[in-house]
Design a binder for this molecule. Structure first.
Ligand code: GDP
Length: 363
């Protein structure tokens, strides 16, 4: 699962991406940390993991991680193949969610490709390119399907769904704006549309505005736009994030204090990105290792066990689960057992975010 960072040129994408890779350097003990120059992996900050590490004092702590991909090259006309247009669009097709960096800082030294700061216009330029690309995909598919639809019920149904999407796109709206039922979703998923991917906007503001702690007009306008679409807006200063990420812990804390921040804004982006991808975390915790495992929301216990080892899934008997809140109440796993807070769950149990689990299985 990965998030693609997009945005017009000179909005702060690379600056944000540098912050991500610098923060990611801390997890250098992961073999997959340095893959490609435009891919960064960071651990997901999680206070629950810190708590578990404190009570178990394990030899090793393994956080959940998330992957960001820097996708450069979007300009107006990308869907017509301008600039690196086609390459850009094919990169977006591969990611699971989109982080759209929007310039909300004024700086006369840094040119804006469109000549002025206007976040809603910028977002609309990008969204329009994605919509146009999707429209092409849908129309191409309709040509094929309409021939079959005359004497094939399945094809006729598909054609109906395609028409629904086409109408939405032609209104200038993304495919994610349409509510599909399960059967329709199966058709939509095959299309791999760019505008059906979840989006969050990151408003990149100046250092001065960050200190003022007052949202500038650009951010307010972006918020209004995103609200209509049902997307989130996170506010950061990419430049400060880059600085923070490069500092050792102590100095970082000092700088955070100076800016009146509790934690780097990047943490917030990572956490929201994780949930944008529809991911949740369960934990295994013992004296050897405290481990945060990533699963899709809705995953059942045997499949979650399979994340740890395929044997766990194959021979699954049951899961012994303590919710994180109960564990905090009890203070330790042993105390939680004594207090009757441990639940025995079977193969149909849907894992919940924060579950602390021991899986029982046959070998
Ligand atoms: P990209 O083209 O979107 O990847 O943009 P870059 O990250 O390369 O940033 C373009 C320019 O804007 C660089 O000179 C950055 O230093 C500058 N920049 C990025 N973020 C900020 C910010 O928050 N404040 C200010 N003043 N400049 C920024």
């Amino acid at each position: 699962m990965e998030i693609g960072i997009v945005g017009l040129p000179n909005v702060g994408k690379s600056t944000l991406f540098n912050a991500i890779t610098k923060a990611g350097a801390e997890c250098a003990n992961y073999p997959f940390c340095t893959i490609e120059p435009n891919v960064g992996i960071v651990s997901v900050p999680d206070e629950r993991l810190d708590f578990l590490a404190k009570i178990e004092n394990p030899q090793k702590v393994v956080p959940a991680t998330i992957k960001f991909v820097d996708i450069a090259g979007l300009v107006k006309g990308a869907s017509k193949g301008e600039g690196l247009g086609n390459k850009f669009l094919s990169h977006i097709r591969e990611v699971d969610a989109i982080l759209n960096v929007v310039r909300c800082f004024e700086d006369s030294n840094i040119v804006h490709v469109e000549g002025s700061i206007d976040p809603v216009r910028d977002v609309e330029i990008i969204n329009l390119e994605l919509i146009l690309a999707d429209l092409e995909t849908v129309e191409r598919r309709m040509q094929k399907t309409s021939k079959l639809a005359r004497n094939d019920k399945k094809a006729a149904f598909e054609l109906e769904v395609l028409e629904k999407i086409k109408n939405t796109l032609e209104e200038g709206k993304p495919a994610r704006a349409v509510q599909f039922d399960e059967e329709e979703k199966a058709v939509v998923n095959q299309l791999m549309l760019l505008t059906s991917k979840p989006v969050m906007y990151v408003a990149n503001i100046s250092e001065e505005d960050l200190i003022l702690r007052e949202e500038n007009l650009h951010v307010k306008k972006l918020r209004e736009y995103a609200l209509k679409e049902g997307s989130e807006v996170l506010v950061i200063s990419a430049k400060i994030e880059e600085e923070l990420a490069a500092l050792p812990d102590e100095e970082r804390n000092e700088l955070l204090k100076e800016y009146g921040l509790k934690e780097p804004g990047l943490n917030n982006i990572i956490r929201h990105g994780y949930s944008l991808l529809g991911l949740i975390t369960f934990f295994t915790a013992g004296p050897k290792e405290v481990h945060a495992w990533t699963i899709k929301r809705g995953t059942k216990a045997p499949q979650a066990a399979g994340k740890i080892h395929s044997d766990f899934e194959r021979g699954f008997i049951r899961a012994e689960v303590i919710s994180f809140e109960d564990l905090v109440k009890a203070g330790s796993q042993a105390a939680a057992r004594e207090m009757g807070l441990l639940r025995l769950e079977g193969k149909d149990y849907v894992m919940q975010d924060g579950d602390v689990v021991v899986f029982r299985f046959n070998v």
